[in-house]
Design a protein around this ligand. Structure first.
Ligand code: ZN
Length: 392
């Protein structure tokens, strides 16, 4: 008698089939961002990663812990996941930060990436399948630029290759003024006179003496930010992904242009079946950001509390909503975690409670509902939740 595994062609044997219950195909129940997202293994997840120029704060961690949780929930129902979390190690802010520290940009990026990896490991964020660094994907960016030129989606001007971006703005449903404002905020220089249209973005651009540079048919230069993520996602996950994950501030321009670039080059649309943009963390009344200096560092938090409490703080809330961090929130999260552990030590109160926890998680990753069921029911329901969300 040979019992079929999940990968074999079935159960074969002279004595007939092994009696076992039909598996429930719970992957069809998965909902994300308000709508059903039935997935087929492997679920492809692209997580917009860090630009390694400074320390990791609570706002970054929220995105990566949620990305980790989304994959863990899928794995808990037997869906295999393949994930990519890039490192944007070719970027003007990195070059400037390295200059300020008197370091070569390579050295600065490697050091900051090491610190980030330490924080992620401490927070029990599983290592993604792929962690591409932009500098290793310059050939793919050149290919992307050539493909866009060949199909008329891009044009060459003064050592740059510009992608025609008006369609990306239209797809995002933004007014022209707002699109220009957001593009300027994120360093896209829409006022650049070499562009035919302020909505066009560089796939390739020339380097000054201070910038890293690679040869190309258009001269020495470097990739544009959106093109880096477009090339890295195509190279690691193919022309489409199931879930595109990042912070709320990446909706436009970054993810809108990443999607438009991939779709134009591949002919496959949509690039992402669903987007999961994690709400921003505010502190002292403003969005937590390096530029404003109102940071809560992961390394500081972990000096005084266990990583599971930080995960509980980040996950026990709706993932898409912004929120304000107060020190007392961490104590509350620790108390919630303790209550969950106490519940995990109790016997099961009723049959099917573990299923109810899974159902809550599949329903748009509703962790607060899952925690409520787990605390009330205890036993397997609470132990299962602690395990899936890595809260131990
Ligand atoms: Zn990105």
């Amino acid at each position: 008698m040979t019992v079929g595994t999940e990968y074999s062609s079935g159960v074969i044997g002279r004595a007939g089939r092994v009696e076992r219950p039909e598996p429930r195909l719970r992957s069809a129940e998965f909902r994300l961002a308000g709508a059903a997202l039935p997935v087929v293994s492997p679920a492809r997840m692209y997580v917009c990663g860090i630009t390694p120029y400074d320390v990791t704060h609570l706002g970054h961690a929220a995105t990566f812990v949620w990305a980790d949780a989304a994959q863990a929930v899928l794995r808990s129902i037997g869906v295999h996941t393949v994930s990519c979390r890039n490192v944007t190690d070719v970027d003007d802010v990195l070059t400037a930060a390295a200059d300020a520290h008197g370091r070569h940009y390579d050295e600065h990026a490697v050091y900051q990436e090491f610190l980030f990896e330490q924080d992620m490991a401490a927070l029990r964020v599983a290592r993604p399948t792929h962690t591409p660094r932009a500098r290793h994907f310059v050939p793919q960016v050149r290919q992307l630029a050539a493909a866009l030129l060949a199909t008329g989606h891009a044009y060459q001007r003064d050592g740059s290759v510009y992608f025609r971006g008006r369609g990306a703005v239209a797809a995002a449903g933004l007014s022209g003024d707002l699109a220009v404002e957001l593009s300027a905020e994120f360093g896209d220089a829409p006022e650049d006179p070499a562009r035919e249209d302020p909505f066009d973005v560089p796939v390739w651009r020339p380097s000054t003496d201070r910038d890293p540079a690679w040869p190309s048919p258009w001269g020495w230069g470097r990739p544009g930010w959106h093109a880096e993520c477009a090339a890295m996602s195509m190279a690691t996950l193919g022309a489409g992904v199931d879930v595109l994950i990042g912070g709320q501030d990446l909706v436009f321009p970054h993810h809108a242009y990443q999607a438009a670039l991939v779709q134009a080059a591949s002919g496959v649309a949509p690039f992402a079946r669903r987007a999961m943009h994690v709400g921003a963390v505010h502190y002292q009344g403003r969005k937590m950001a390096k530029s404003t200096g109102n940071l809560v560092l992961i390394s500081d938090l972990l000096r005084s509390c266990p990583p599971a409490a930080v995960r509980m703080l980040l996950l026990n809330r709706p993932w898409g909503s912004g929120w304000e961090y107060h020190e007392a929130d961490l104590e509350a999260a620790s108390a919630d975690l303790e209550a969950l552990y106490v519940a995990a030590g109790r016997p099961n109160r009723s049959a099917g409670a573990a299923e109810a926890v899974t159902a809550a998680l599949l329903n748009d990753l509703d962790v607060p509902a899952a925690v409520a069921v787990a605390r009330q029911e205890g036993g397997d329901a609470a132990r299962g939740l602690v395990s899936v969300l890595a809260l131990s």
